[in-house]
Design a protein around this ligand. Sequence first.
Ligand SMILES: Nc1ncnc2c1ncn2[C@@H]1O[C@H](COP(=O)(O)OP(=O)(O)OP(=O)(O)O)[C@@H](O)[C@H]1O
Ligand SMILES: [Mg+2]
Length: 267
Amino acid sequence: MPDGRPEIEIRGLRKAFGAHEVLRGIDLDVARGEVVCVIGPSGSGKSTLLRCVNLLEEPTAGQVFVGGTEVTGLDVDIDAVRRRIGMVFQQFNLFPHVTVEENLTLPQRRVLGRDRAAAARVARENLERVGLLEKAGAYPSKLSGGQQQRVAIARALAMDPEVMLFDEPTSALDPELVGDVLAVMRGLARDGMTMMVVTHEMSFAREVADRVVFMDDGLVVEEGPAEQVVGAPREARTRDFLTRVLDPAAAAPPGPESAADRAHRSP
Ligand SMILES: Nc1ncnc2c1ncn2[C@@H]1O[C@H](COP(=O)(O)OP(=O)(O)OP(=O)(O)O)[C@@H](O)[C@H]1O
Ligand SMILES: [Mg+2]
């Protein structure tokens, strides 16, 4: 479990796109080896939060520290920061024209300067870790979406990241392929990887997350152990969100408002 200073520290983080303030002051710590799941409605700023941690977006204000180093400092080496942070997106973004193994070796060689043999060894270790060593010579287009996502995870791991950020890693997958990806992530959590995971998979959050953070409208509304935030939320906004996610059929349809609604609204 966690020791000493948090692995990720987010202090007063704000991000605006023009006049639209998308993050409105986020304070969040992630301890070493901790798994934090971030949940919340579409547009609440979850992706922007992850993207600010690895500097894909430049924060408007506030600070982010990773491993005790401020990554939002003026003189920071952005490439060095990104090297310490693995990121997995909804879309896997594999290089289509090279094999699975080369998808893992090319970044290691280019970014870390590993030689061919070392890069291949690390690639194969990590393909084994995600259960896909036998696909090393295949091209990504021959793999299922779930397999491609596991390759993308292996590619991130091959860079020896200190932390891993996942942005809805299973939401582009057919339901029957989700389980294998979550199993890989569960294994990583067990191995002690520090992880921030944006997800709609509430069962994963309940089972794997040390902590769940509910965001709405650019703020952290509620955070705590999964059994509390998902199982017995304190805030009405969290409850509303969970009702919609856990049982979409029970929630009001998001369709066009009725004529009666329109008639009730003042001009
Ligand atoms: N590059 C950008 N330029 C302008 N607005 C942006 C940009 N990126 C995000 N936004 C806006 O910021 C808000 C938050 O977006 P973000 O992608 O962080 O939400 P999210 O919580 O990840 O949503 P979802 O669940 O749909 O992925 C949205 O209103 C979005 O339109
Ligand atoms: Mg998002």
